[in-house]
Design a protein around this ligand. Structure first.
Ligand SMILES: CC(C)(COP(=O)(O)OP(=O)(O)OC[C@H]1O[C@@H](n2cnc3c(N)ncnc32)[C@H](O)[C@@H]1OP(=O)(O)O)[C@@H](O)C(=O)NCCC(=O)NCCS
Length: 134
């Protein structure tokens, strides 16, 4: 694999919110990683900048978009990059990009998934809470 074609796939200068290696228990009946596993990790990764911005608990209110562009394989090193796109009065919308490094094959890095989710800052009674000033 030509490294020049592979390495630029990673977002430059960014740290992943989450990195994880899926196990055989995370596979579907065909042996590839189950989409629901990827969705759960995306939700966790997206919540990290949301919790930081909200300075407290948040709840996922909406999955606005979700695109599985390429499969994830058991043993891939999967990196989740999460960025706040916009904030409202109580809500935080986060985009998440997912890259898989094919550790058991060519080491190629592939963008596998992109998604946008909205979180709401909540109080102890689980009701919407106004975001703190920056
Ligand atoms: C999240 C929750 C507390 C929000 O309460 P709510 O009464 O529906 O809230 P509101 O209608 O006042 O909306 C709150 C914010 O969410 C936004 N919102 C609501 N529905 C939305 C949707 N479908 N898409 C995007 N944003 C949405 C509103 O625009 C508002 O944002 P703003 O304050 O920045 O303008 C409530 O819906 C809830 O508890 N949902 C279940 C959460 C959950 O269990 N998630 C899974 C596990 S974390």
């Amino acid at each position: 694999m030509n490294q020049a074609n592979v390495l630029p796939c990673l977002p430059p200068g960014k740290n992943p919110a989450l990195r994880v290696v899926p196990m055989p228990a995370d596979a579907n009946v065909h042996g590839d990683v189950f989409g629901g596993w990827i969705m759960a990790q995306v939700d966790i990764a997206g919540s990290i900048p949301a919790v930081e911005r909200a300075q407290g608990r948040v709840a996922t209110v909406a999955v606005n978009s979700f695109l599985f562009k390429h499969p994830v394989f058991v043993g891939d090193l999967v990196s989740f990059y999460a960025d706040i796109e916009k904030t409202g009065r109580t809500s935080i919308t986060v985009s998440v990009e997912v890259y898989a490094q094919r550790m058991r094959q060519s080491n190629e890095i592939v963008k596998v998934t992109e998604a946008t989710l909205t979180y709401v800052a909540t109080d102890d009674a689980r009701q919407p809470r106004v975001l703190p000033a920056l």
